[in-house]
Design a protein around this ligand. Structure first.
Ligand SMILES: [Zn+2]
Length: 117
């Protein structure tokens, strides 16, 4: 089990609610939620990724990697070092039009990313 890293930034972010660490905090407990209102944040560099992201992704420090084709998501520091946030309602409304186009595409793909380890 990897140890918890304490973020250098403030855990509280305007417009978002901190839910916890790791896949369990992201939703139903099996894998990482792909809900479009969930945001994953690297505890080390603070890079943020929307859970509904539809492509390969790396955070700035390189710890978090999303292998989109394999549907795998995780951090080299361990799942507990990925912070999970939920967007507040006001923010959701703004994002809805942007995500509407993508949403039926997303439904064709698995709803969760599997943890890397
Ligand atoms: Zn990082």
């Amino acid at each position: 089990m990897s140890k918890l890293i304490q973020p250098k930034f403030d855990l509280n972010i305007n417009g978002m609610k901190f839910l916890g660490r790791g896949p369990k905090a992201s939703g139903k407990g099996i894998g990482w939620s792909r809900n479009e209102n969930i945001v994953y944040k690297c505890v080390d560099c603070g890079s943020e990724m929307l859970a509904s992201h539809n492509d390969y992704w790396n955070c700035e420090c390189g710890a978090i990697h999303l292998d989109f084709d394999a549907g795998r998501f995780g951090s080299n520091y361990g799942d507990e070092n990925i912070l999970v946030y939920k967007k507040n309602e006001q923010t959701e409304k703004n994002l809805n039009s942007e995500n509407k186009r993508k949403s039926f595409l997303t439904e064709l793909i698995e709803k969760v990313f599997k943890p890397k380890n």
